[in-house]
Design a protein around this ligand. Structure first.
Ligand SMILES: Cc1cc2nc3c(=O)[nH]c(=O)nc-3n(C[C@H](O)[C@H](O)[C@H](O)COP(=O)(O)O)c2cc1C
Length: 183
């Protein structure tokens, strides 16, 4: 652990280990949940909104579990929590669209964190199958859902990218539980 300091969790506190410690801390248990999430939060991510067509209309969810999986074929993944009320809709939808948010879209992220139907302040169009496509994002990936894997309290959704578009601007970032921007 020369370059990266381990964090040990006791109760709700996260304690930095000294640099000379060789063994990582014990694996986190359910009781350490808050502290464990705090450690995970040190991994800075971008912020996306993943949309799909649901029986009641378009839905979206603010998501930072998005990542690229494969270039050939072009595969991406993200993971909805099984506890989410929106989970079943993404599981049933043959397609989803991932919208990478730019630095000026924090309100969009807030909206889709709170509600699946936060399309009121967003410019969007519906594809012929009803898939909601938001405009003015930093990037957009339209995906065919090709696999779903059980992963603890989440499900890994894998999509094959059928269209990818990039825009200009700085990304919205998420770090230690807060939105931030490139310095
Ligand atoms: C920055 C950020 C990233 C998030 N990433 C995910 C994610 O990857 N997977 C997930 O299930 N929920 C994620 N959420 C939570 C959802 O946006 C949303 O709040 C949650 O689905 C609400 O529960 P509901 O679907 O039951 O209404 C994230 C929230 C924020 C603010």
């Amino acid at each position: 652990m020369d370059l990266c300091r381990a964090a040990r969790m006791t109760g709700s506190a996260v304690i930095d280990e000294t640099r000379d410690r060789r063994e990582p801390a014990a694996p986190p248990s359910a009781g350490d949940s808050r502290a464990y999430r705090d450690v995970l939060g040190r991994f800075a991510t971008g912020v996306t909104v993943v949309t799909c067509a649901a029986p009641g209309g378009p839905i979206g969810m603010t998501v930072n579990s998005f990542t690229s999986l494969s270039l050939d074929p072009p595969l991406v993944m993200w993971s909805p929590a099984k506890s989410s009320h929106r989970h079943a809709h993404y599981s049933a939808a043959p397609r989803f669209a991932v919208h990478v948010l730019h630095a000026g879209q924090q309100a969009v992220a807030d909206g889709f964190m709170r509600s699946a139907e936060a399309f009121h302040d967003v410019a969007w169009t519906a594809a012929p199958d009803g898939l909601p496509l938001m405009e003015n994002c930093l990037a957009r990936f339209v995906c065919q859902r090709v696999a779903e894997h059980d992963a603890g309290d989440h499900t890994i959704m894998i999509g094959r990218v059928t269209a990818a578009e990039g825009g200009e601007g700085e990304p919205l970032l998420y770090f230690r539980g807060r939105y931030t921007a490139v310095a």
